[in-house]
Structure formats: C-alpha cells, structure tokens
Design a protein around this ligand. Sequence first.
Ligand SMILES: [Zn+2]
Length: 210
Amino acid sequence: MDRILKGLSRFQKSVYPKQRDLFQKLALGQRPDALFITCADSRIDPCLLTQTKPGQLFICRVIGNIIPPYADAIGGVSATIEYAVGVLGVPDVIVCGHTDCGVMKGVVNPEPLEPLTSVTAWLKYAQPGRKAAASQDETRTETEFLLAVAERNVIHQLGNLRTHPTVAERLEQGDLNLHGWVYDLGEGVVTHYDSGQDAFVALETPLTRS
Ligand SMILES: [Zn+2]
C-alpha cells in the first residue's frame, strides 16, 4: 500500500493544484467521449493509452473484457453500459482486448481455474471466441493462437453488446459507433476490427493519416 499512499499524497500536493480548474468543472458533471470496456489487467491504462484526461473516458473494467448478452446476466457490466449509452449518451463504445490475457489463457486451458467457480462461470462467455479462433484453418504458435482468441473474443463481445436494448436503440438511430480493439502490451500497438476484411488491422489515427 505504501506506493499507493505516497502517490495519493503526491497527487494532492502537486498534481491537483495544477489542474484545479479542470477538477472543479468536472465536479459539476461529465460528458465523456466514449465508453471504454477493457480487461481489468493491471498492465492496461486506458487513459495513458489514449492520452485522455479525467472526464473523457467512461471506463468499464472486467476480466476478459466480457459483456454477457442482455438478460443473461444482469449485473455491473449491463448497468454500466445502460448508464453510459442511455443516460450519458456517449457517441462511441470501444471494446478493447489485449495480448497475454490471463482470461484468454484460462479459456484455452480451463483446468487450473476450475476451483474458482465465479471465474469459471464467467469464462463461458469467452468460449465462443476460442471456438471461432480454433475454426480458423491456420497453423499457429501458442502465442498466435492466444492472440486469435483475444481478437475473436472482442468480436463476440461486440455482438453481445448489440443485444443490450439501449445500444440497439442508439444503433438504430445511427448515433452510436462500436469499435473492437486489441492492444499489444509489449509493443504499444493497437489494431482494430475491420468487418469488411473480417480481420484486425492497424488503427489509423489522425497522426498516421496525415
Ligand atoms: Zn486480460
């Protein structure tokens, strides 16, 4: 805890005073640019990755960036989606998987996790990703297969996201965009799902486009 408490103290003494105006404005309300759904993995820092400030990302963190289909498991994930999409009216939702994901490893090799009943029950929502990766007719190393599972899992969770009524309604209105990302932890690279190619390709940013 020492490191955490020292950080809090540093925030209060030197970070907060420099951005007092921003924090006081945020105390009155929020209008985030996007709902960012990603794995709880400690190596992912959505704000660092996207260089966003407090107030800009509404974040839902859950192991395996899993979104149960609507009505199947009403809980924190569905409530967070409903609030972000239905109340805050975010224009974009990003589902971001990542490399070396422990959950994807558990999906491929579930035995060691079997005593953990909550984790095991949760993993069933990621099994379709494993099946889709396994049906791809390619010879791959274990790391490549894990990446394919992470990618197909993101696609499957995007499908589940569409089953949520608030999401379906906003998609119907044409004012909500869904994005599937995979973040390579070691390389700092993000690929995104291109449905036309049915593949994850380099993400274009305003900088790479110019
Ligand atoms: Zn993960």
